[in-house]
Design a protein around this ligand. Sequence first.
Ligand code: XIL
Length: 388
Amino acid sequence: MLPRQINRRQLLLFGLGAVTGATTVALGQWFRQRRRWLDVGDRTFPIVGQQSLRERAAAKGLLYGAAISYDEITEDAEFVEQLVRECQILTPENELKWSRLRPSPTTYEFAVADEMVAFAQERQMQVRGHALVWHRSLPDWFAETATPDNAEALMREHIETVATRYAGVVHSWDVVNEAILPEHDQPNGMRQTPWLELLGEGFIDLAFRMAREADPQALLFYNDFNLDFAIRQDERKRRAVLALLERLVAQGTPIDGLGIQGHLSGRQVPFFDAEVMRGFLRDVASLGLKIMITEIDVIDKDWPADLATRDRLVAAAYEDYLSVVLEEPAVIGVVSWGLSDRYTWLSSFHPRDDGLPVRPLPLDDTLQPKLAWNAIARAFDHAPPRRL
Ligand code: XIL
């Protein structure tokens, strides 16, 4: 018995040693790559001309816009001025989600959303609809009300009512948001959600068919995150999302595009790999789908406090990412998740440990353009034109 036990323990120790060794090597590489990337030195982001982001994007046949919330556009005239200057398309940040539109299973509350859509229309701006089917932002009544028997009807009524109301106005809908999460270990990398539990994987195809019927003009998007970096988590996600898109296209689901959220986490930014990203975008485009960056911002939580350094890092993240993404002809536009650091979800979702304000967006909190603005401008200026 004894020799066997010793052997086992030896084996275990050997195994542990090997794992630690491998981890050390990987960690070493990780630190080196991170250090190399963080050394942005005196990288500058010079721009030519006075044009806004909207104009620079439009010059290439691209759209630029931002997510906005109701209070921002009704209570902050100074902000609205910048919004109108910089943006061609707006995404209501929360106001088209179930929790805002559906006070009860039988009623709808459209006043706020209607006002936001009218705001955009009056200013000749386009609207992205976000989002028809998502596992979050479901109203409290949903869990008590939805059953496998009524879920399809519930979804149908919602999509019919909401997408029909804004038909002809909405440029593109995020029909299904965040349905893939390989870490949940479900078949096909599906995320464990109420929709999956209630209707099975077919809920995705169903939602797209309902949306197409309700609004034949809007472009219909599948939208998701963690698609950006050469790290294992994103690699798995890209593979599962691509496989989903392939299945949808093969079965004739009326889908027009992939929305890549593009929340760029500072920790992961050093692992952006242009070739990997190009390959993924090419694979998506080869299915005949369009691509939009739908929610870009840069999470600066783990970066140095020093403003000059931090702003340079944020700008570098934008430029490195967007210049690669915009090379792909299937990409039709970029939407940032906010316009100014004055209003960003990251202040509460990814605050800095040192308590300093986060600086993830093109304009600072006084509405002045930062290097991030220059970086985005440069990416548009260098992008190949879409229409000739
Ligand atoms: C976020 C909003 O910005 C927050 O205000 C809200 O509290 C939660 O949702 N991915 C998405 C968006 O698709 O809907 C999320 O928006 C951000 C992450």
